[in-house]
Design a protein around this ligand. Structure first.
Ligand code: SAM
Length: 454
């Protein structure tokens, strides 16, 4: 398939020039933390390897492409409500000073239950007062940071139109709804009805109070919230125009007795069951291998049904980072995006340190699936290629920096001059002009990635 259809998503010039040298160091530290137990770490494969010292990396190799434009995946939402989210929560579900002192311990305990001790976690853990409070004051806050940065950068075509019926699955404390309200001033002008579904009634109730408290602080048409207590699959009175889900499918897979591939098919069928023929989907999961694999499988199913993956994919061919064997451990790369948290809310960073869960980078995986046909532009210049950066930078010989990227070539290795590397970030969407015939492009011996050298 031509990569041209995607060029319409690329706004003009590069807008993000973060100090990434610093963040790259941070990323590596966090990588070690978040992936230390995994043998199939993408980031591991992104560390410099001897195999990079091959013929393809001669320092006198010429650039084979030219950067035309670049667009970041994450945009910080500068709204005080995010910096002071703890105050909103304290207004809605106050803790006394003794409870506030215990909060870091409760957060740490919940974090264990959500990761290494998840077999002990009950399905209705969000109904428990202590756990819900810890979830909202830590996980919801971090999710608001993550999601608002993603939502603010996505094209408006990924979102619902006026008077839409929306459905947020595994809504918990309505994190997605609140993040959308904060990140999308355009959506605040729309009349939206949100069905928010979760097994935990307490969580939905707290989430509605939080959403209303946040919504009252910004101008807009406060959305209608309809809480639905129930399992994924519970009947919803209206078919939805827009379906969102953040961080639920990984929990469903942990509960499931079915093999992951069957579970995925069942979950996909249920998603479609909630939808109309022209429904838009926005699904987000933690950026870990199994969860990313789930989204890649959904991606394939959406494409088979005639959907288009508006973001993050720069093509509709087979995913080169499909997390294959994520369940058994392998060197397969998985699709995930990260940003440094150096500019995250200071109070949230301090809370994380107090809970002994310091966070230096935030990671997620996502897909936006839309039913409409992308406008396939007339091929003006077949040498233009769209790339999505899917890794942090890593050192290459001869003062070069590498980034793995996704393109219609499949797995792609972007090589840039070391001093330019700060202009590139995980998630960036680049348009490059290839200067050589595609057949002359070399591939990296180790990863098989096509090498694009700027
Ligand atoms: C990690 S929380 C995510 C909450 C919110 N979407 C967010 O991103 O912050 C997962 C949520 O999914 C809910 N959940 C888990 N399994 C579910 C199921 N089978 N049906 C409905 N909700 C479920 C949990 O109760 C919890 O609120």
């Amino acid at each position: 398939m031509s990569d041209k259809f995607y060029s319409k998503f690329i706004p003009s010039a590069k807008t993000s020039k973060k100090s990434v040298k610093e963040s790259r160091k941070d990323y590596k530290k966090e990588d070690r933390k978040e992936t230390s137990k995994k043998s199939d770490s993408f980031q591991k494969s992104a560390t410099p390897k001897k195999t990079f010292y091959n013929d393809n990396y001669k320092d006198n190799a010429d650039a084979n492409a030219q950067l035309m434009s670049s667009y970041p995946l994450f945009k910080k939402v500068d709204i005080k409500i995010i910096d002071n989210f703890d105050e909103i929560v304290q207004g809605v579900m106050p803790l006394n000073s003794r409870q506030l002192l215990q909060l870091p311990d409760n957060i740490r305990n919940l974090s264990h239950q959500m990761t290494d001790e998840r077999s002990t976690r009950r399905l209705g853990y969000m109904n428990d007062k202590l756990q819900l409070s810890a979830y909202i004051r830590y996980f919801t806050w971090w999710n608001l940071v993550r999601l608002s940065r993603l939502f603010s950068s996505l094209d408006e075509k990924c979102f619902p139109s006026d008077n839409a019926i929306c459905l947020d699955l595994g809504s918990g404390p309505l994190t997605v709804v609140t993040a959308l309200w904060l990140a999308r001033p355009d959506l605040r002008q729309k009349e939206l009805t949100w069905y928010c579904l979760d097994v935990s009634q307490n969580s939905l109730a707290a989430g509605e109070d939080i959403f209303l408290s946040v919504a009252a602080r910004l101008p807009g048409k406060t959305w209608k919230i309809i809480r639905v207590k129930g399992n994924f699959g519970t009947f919803i009175k209206q078919k939805a125009d827009f379906i969102t889900c953040a961080n639920m499918f990984n929990e469903i897979e942990q509960q499931g007795e079915m093999p992951p591939e069957y579970q995925n098919k069942k979950d996909f069928d249920q998603l479609i069951n909630y939808a109309k023929p022209d429904t838009k989907f926005l699904l987000i999961e933690p950026g870990v291998p199994k969860a990313a694999r789930t989204l890649t499988q959904f991606r394939e199913r959406f494409i088979k049904q005639g959907y288009h993956i508006y973001s993050p994919c720069p093509h509709l061919d087979e995913c080169p980072m499909n997390g294959f064997k994520a369940y058994t451990g392998s060197s397969h790369k998985w699709c995930n995006f990260a940003f440094t948290t150096t500019d995250a809310p200071k109070k949230l960073q301090q809370l994380s340190i107090n809970a002994k869960l310091p966070k230096e980078r935030a990671v997620l995986s996502f897909i936006s699936a839309v039913p409409e046909n992308p406008v396939v532009s007339i091929k003006i210049d077949s040498s233009l290629k769209t790339l999505r950066i899917v890794s942090d930078g890593f050192n290459l010989p001869y003062h070069r920096t590498g980034f793995y990227a996704c393109s219609s070539f499949g797995l792609t290795l972007l090589s840039v001059a070391e001093e330019e590397a700060q202009n590139y970030n995980s998630g960036d969407l680049l348009e490059v002009k290839i200067k050589t015939p595609d057949s002359a492009l070399k591939t990296d011996e180790k990863s098989g990635a096509v090498i694009i050298r700027l």
